[in-house]
Design a protein around this ligand. Structure first.
Ligand code: NAX
Length: 324
């Protein structure tokens, strides 16, 4: 049996974690041969609810679970963590402006960044799911000076998976036939799901669909999918978000099957200068991700990549004073 790995999950009594924690515990993220120690973080008022989740995890009698820690102290939750899934965030309350939301979350993610810096494994891999995910990931990484900024990532995989399914359904193929999907930029309505490099069953996606569908249907449907789920379900995406978080971490740790989209520190690639967490096409191998370089960017893409970059720069400007 392998040594157990420590997996921290924040917002562990929330709806995404209600799917995520159980799937991780059953081995969906790191494999059926990888024992896990779950380190679950909540805010103090949610500790009763979290204890209920722990009772249910125990009642599953998962063979891979070695230990479960439930705490309201980030220093305990992140102690020696190999993986940290930062799901908990402050939702937008009544009358709250976008700037208030950014600031409320900046406060949470600066504390958690520092706690990761002080306690986590030096190789910790961090995925931020809580919104605004990209800017929260930036804040956490800026507060963790002893960790490499590249250890912090933001979740774009749900957008990526949504885009694959929309395209596959349109052309009557299976999602596994779709390759080289890319979603650029921010996890928000400005994200740019790009079909220029995408193939279905080996054929260029843009030769299989018309430009009007691409521009007026596909892009807005993917961008607005979160809102459509809320309208239909009366609650935001949860199981699909958890599934995407598992895909993201599994690929990062164990390797991806081709291109996937991850929010990572911008490094100047594709003209996006450092200072924001931008979603790029990456390939994961040997426990590392690498940006896919050299893709040709046409004018249609450039405009949309710039717009989503601009939004991330504005988010950064709103929390600049908290970046340390
Ligand atoms: P819930 O409101 O069901 O759960 C969030 C949990 O986080 C709550 O139990 C709350 O007590 C806890 N929490 C709040 N502050 C905390 C802190 N400082 N430390 C630890 N726990 C804390 O939300 P849920 O539906 O689970 O969504 C969680 C986050 O994911 C939200 O910010 C949501 O906007 C975001 N999403 C991000 C997605 C992405 O693709 N990046 C997609 C899905 C989702 O909308």
């Amino acid at each position: 049996m392998k040594e157990p790995v420590r997996i921290a999950i924040t917002g562990a009594a929330g709806q995404i974690s209600y799917s995520l924690a159980f799937r991780i515990a059953s081995g969906d993220m790191l494999g059926k041969d990888q024992p896990v120690i779950l380190q679950l973080l909540e805010i103090t008022p949610a500790m009763d609810a979290l204890n209920g989740v722990v009772m249910e995890l125990n009642d599953c009698a998962f063979p891979l679970v070695q230990e479960i820690v439930a705490t309201d102290d980030p220093n305990v939750a992140f102690k020696d963590a190999d993986f940290a899934l930062l799901v908990g965030a402050r939702p937008r309350g009544p009358g709250m402006e976008r700037k208030d939301l950014l600031e409320a979350n900046a406060a949470i993610f600066s504390v958690q960044g520092k706690a990761l810096n002080d306690n986590a494994s030096r190789d910790v891999r961090v995925l931020v799911v809580g919104n605004p995910a990209n800017t929260n990931a930036l804040i956490a990484s800026c507060n963790a000076p002893d960790l490499n900024p590249g250890q912090f990532t933001a979740m774009m995989r749900l957008d990526h998976n949504r885009a694959k399914t929309q395209l596959a359904q349109k052309v009557g193929k299976h999602v596994t036939d779709v390759e080289s999907m890319i979603v650029w930029g921010n996890h928000s309505a400005t994200q740019y799901p790009d079909l220029a490099h995408c193939k279905v069953d080996g054929k260029a996606a843009l030769e299989l669909v018309d430009q009007a569908w691409y521009e007026n249907d596909f892009i807005p449907t993917v961008q607005q999918r979160g809102a459509a789920i809320i309208k239909a379900r009366g609650a935001s995406s949860a199981a699909s978000a958890a599934s995407a978080a598992i895909d993201h971490m599994r690929d990062w740790a164990l390797g991806s099957d081709g291109i996937v989209s991850m929010g990572i520190p911008a490094d100047g690639s594709y003209g996006v200068e450092p200072g924001i967490m931008y979603s790029y096409p990456v390939v994961c191998k040997n426990g590392q991700y690498e940006i896919v370089q050299g893709l040709e960017i046409g004018e249609f893409s450039r405009e949309r990549m710039n717009a989503t970059e601009q939004e991330l720069r504005e988010e950064r400007a709103a929390v600049e004073h908290l970046l340390g």
